[in-house]
Write a protein that binds this ligand. Structure first.
Ligand code: 0T9
Length: 390
């Protein structure tokens, strides 16, 4: 009824007016209760594993060109889950919990003998600013994905938010002499806040640079730029030294896309990926009873129960308890002269000069800057990064 919608409208209106003074730290946004999600942002790392077969296929390519194509296809397959699934299935994008420092999320995809299992390990590696670390590995197929990501955002007229992602992802193929792929993360725009149904659009580009001397440039467009459709992309795979493209792909990442193999004479366009047919495979997660206190589902369980029963008073009290406890821990850490990195259990902060993956990263970063200029990576990508503790 109209009566029950009235308070929602009011809180939306005042939320939109606070957006004008928004500081850039998304975690500090106070959202109206109908925009609160009962999921931790750390769990979003599981979208990287939505398509276990495509993840495993990266190492199955016979040539570096084919492996780059498979890597690009797998990457495209992660976009629906990451950027569109919540607005599609829940009706809108909602605000996830801002993970606490050292929060953990474990998941796995098992049961497919031929594909091999994927094990996902994620940890919140920084709270100020918020950064999460993720690691996915399929031992059998020989595919490892590791990376970290954070967000920098600003209010964009009219009542939208532009989000730039810091960090990157790196795919390593141990069975191919540690062939490596550096993947930059797309920028996104949050739209539809005024109507109370936020959703995400991608903008800018993703680059995948391979240590075999080639790269994929994936350009995103919002409705109407190079096609009339929402969520369009165009991918060009070519040698780093400026030679001709060997594959191109285009279409809609939340729908159907096609590709052309330019080394063949016929230039026939074939199916690349069909997001509507090829649905995400949900991972297995432990039951809450078997989880440690830092694991997302366990940690936020009281808040989640309250949100799910629309008891927002309890939700906000339980959330404050968690946040207050974090402030005490941070204060104690400071008194002991410890850093955020000292609180981590799964990931470790590494200096890229002192670390093999760090060195490979530096080389690929230079390759990327030579190929497309500094717009591909910002200054903050030069910071040390995190990797799984050995
Ligand atoms: C890494 C991904 C990221 C996280 C999310 C911006 C956003 C938080 C970050 C970048 C994943 O690999 C991919 C997907 C979606 C991104 C989220 C979309 C979003 O809206 C949230 C932010 C924090 C909000 O929830 C703002 C409130 C919103 C409901 C509109 C007012």
């Amino acid at each position: 009824s109209n009566l029950s919608q009235a308070p929602q409208k009011d809180s939306l209106k005042s939320f939109i007016s606070t957006l004008a003074t928004f500081s850039g730290d998304l975690s500090s946004l106070t959202c109206p209760s109908f925009l609160l999600s009962s999921v931790s942002l750390l769990e979003y790392s599981q979208y990287w594993g939505d398509h276990p077969k495509l993840f495993a296929s990266i190492s199955a390519g016979k040539t570096p060109e084919e492996r780059l194509l498979n890597c690009t296809r797998w990457f495209i397959s992660t976009l629906y889950g990451s950027y569109s699934s919540r607005a599609t299935t829940a009706g809108m994008e909602k605000k996830p919990y801002n993970p606490i420092l050292g929060e953990q999320y474990f998941a796995q995809w098992t049961g497919h003998e031929a594909t091999g299992d994927i094990v996902l390990t994620a940890e919140q590696v920084s709270h100020h600013p918020p950064i999460l670390g993720f690691h996915l590995e399929n031992k059998k197929a020989g595919v490892v994905l590791e990376g970290h990501c954070g967000q920098k955002s600003r209010f964009a007229m009219p009542a939208g938010i532009d989000v730039h992602q810091t960090g990157h992802a790196i795919v390593t193929l141990p069975g191919h002499n540690n062939e490596t792929y550096l993947i930059t993360l797309p920028s996104l725009n949050i739209r539809g806040i005024v109507t109370g149904r936020p959703s995400v659009e991608l903008s800018g580009a993703t680059y995948i640079v391979s240590s075999a001397g080639m790269m994929a440039s994936i350009e995103y467009s919002t409705r109407g730029y190079f096609s009339g459709e929402r969520n369009s992309f165009k991918a060009t795979l070519k040698p780093l030294d400026g030679g001709d493209p060997f594959y191109t792909a285009q279409g809609v990442w939340s729908g159907v896309s096609t590709y052309v193999d330019h080394t063949e004479d016929d230039d026939e366009s074939k199916l690349f990926f069909d997001s509507l047919e090829d649905k995400a495979v949900a991972p297995e997660v432990k039951h809450q009873n078997e989880m440690g206190p830092l694991e997302s589902h366990k940690l936020w369980s009281k808040v989640s129960n309250a949100i799910n029963t629309k008891d927002y008073g309890t939700a906000s009290r339980e959330k404050s308890k968690i946040e207050d406890a974090q402030r005490v821990l941070a204060k104690n850490r400071k008194e002991r002269g410890e850093t955020q990195a000292d609180a981590l259990k799964i990931f470790i902060l590494v200096d890229e000069d002192a670390d093999a993956t760090g060195k490979t990263f530096q080389i690929l970063r230079e390759d990327l800057i030579d190929a497309v200029g500094t717009k591909a990576l910002r200054e903050d990508e030069k910071r040390p990064h995190w990797r799984l503790r050995k």
